[in-house]
Design a protein around this ligand. Structure first.
Ligand code: TXA
Ligand code: MG
Length: 363
């Protein structure tokens, strides 16, 4: 790989990021380098969004296809003028309602934004993250920062500095370690350039919260098997967020039927000599008492599930399991984003369970 560097990991106090550290990290960004940093969603891999060579390094480090556009991060509303020259009406009020926060807006792009950031599109994705370290970095850098999630392409997104290091050691100049991220799944992507405002990716802002503000809102997740240049959110490939283990993702309203199917599968895999992992909400553990498996508990509800999802997938991979079984949470609140990431991790193969049996038809 062309970009090979010594990676420096720096601990940063989340509530009071030290001025000297942030000045140094801002200097690295201005000098065309790469800085990984925590946001409220996941860790980002940042570069000066206005410098095409710096942006090219992001693609190299992640081994990311060039047709997958990158989100631009800002820390104040004035920076929008630099990024877009045509703010659709009502969008500033919308941004002021949800920023700083886990909402990414797709807007018409200005000439200042390099084509590599937008993968040649005439739109640009922008957000203002709600995390003291991300905001301090943006202030110190003084330029908008382009940042995808700081994982290797197709790996689960990083929610800790250790995840970033595991994927990108030697490919990023600085990792700012601010502890685990809060939300755990990426931002909600909202396209406001289309006739009807459309969610392209479920994420940290729940659909219900956006719909309360935008009643006509549409949700149009894309599940693509391969990169299609014309797709609305080309990064939305299946086989995104995938662990090495094979995923068995279950969905259905009939608790008994779902857990029966999961137990049967776990047993059959163990009998074949496979190490089985289970990702579960705390209360689900009672259903797996008789099963030999590594169980990672993700908490009590879908908000906790979101916070622990990617770390759980990575932990089970590290534990060396060959299969991961999980039940999709209800698609409300952050459950919708968790469902979306599980579908992708399973490359679209969702096992729909009813009292009549299991249907592996997919989404
Ligand atoms: O929470 C997040 O959004 C994190 C943190 C670091 O901010 N970032 C993130 O970036 O998830 P990434 O690159 O992993 O996902 C961004 C996705 C792309 O894959 C693409 O689908 C979509 O955003 N995107 C970017 N620019 C776009 C555009 N102009 N039009 C449509 N979709 C776009
Ligand atoms: Mg990503």
């Amino acid at each position: 790989m062309a970009y090979n560097v010594t990676t420096t990991i720096i601990q940063v106090a989340r509530q009071r990021p030290a001025t000297e550290i942030m000045a140094l990290a801002g200097e690295v960004i201005r000098g065309g380098g790469l800085v990984a940093f925590p946001t409220e969603t996941v860790y980002g891999l940042g570069a000066n969004a206005l410098n095409p060579e710096a942006v090219a390094r992001i693609f190299e480090a992640k081994e990311r296809p060039a047709n997958d556009p990158i989100i631009v991060h800002i820390h104040m509303f004035d920076q929008l003028n630099q990024i877009t020259n045509n703010l659709p009406s009502g969008v500033e009020a919308l941004a002021r309602r949800f920023w700083p926060g886990p909402l990414t807006l797709v807007l018409p792009k200005s000439d200042a934004i390099p084509h590599s950031i937008t993968a040649g599109r005439d739109t640009v994705a922008v957000r203002m993250p709600n995390h003291p370290i991300a905001l301090a970095l943006l202030r110190a850098a003084g330029v908008p920062i382009g940042a995808p999630s700081a994982n290797r392409f197709s790996r689960p997104s990083p929610t800790t500095a250790a995840h970033v290091r595991a994927d990108l050691d030697g490919h990023v100049d600085v990792i700012l370690d601010g502890g685990p991220t809060d939300i755990g799944v990426e931002s909600t992507i909202l396209d406001v350039t289309s006739a009807v405002p459309t969610i392209l990716r479920a994420g940290g802002v729940p659909l219900e919260a956006l719909r309360a503000y935008l009643p006509t809102l549409a949700y149009a997740p894309q599940y693509l098997l391969e990169t299609v240049a014309s797709a609305p959110a080309p990064g939305n490939l299946l086989k995104h967020y995938a662990p090495h283990a094979q995923m068995f993702v279950y969905e259905g309203d009939d608790d008994e039927a779902v857990y029966d199917a999961m137990r049967e599968q776990a047993l059959s895999l163990s009998n074949q000599g496979q190490a089985v992992g289970i990702l579960a909400l705390n209360h689900e553990i009672l259903n797996f008492e008789a099963i030999t498996a590594q169980i990672v508990l993700c908490g009590r509800d879908s908000t906790a599930f979101a916070a622990n999802l990617f770390a759980g997938l990575r932990a089970l991979d590290t534990a060396g399991v060959q299969a991961i079984l999980v039940r999709v949470p209800s698609p409300f609140g952050l459950g919708l984003a968790v469902r979306d990431r599980l579908i992708r991790a399973a490359e679209g193969r969702v096992l729909q369970v009813t009292a009549q049996g299991v249907d592996s038809g997919g989404v």
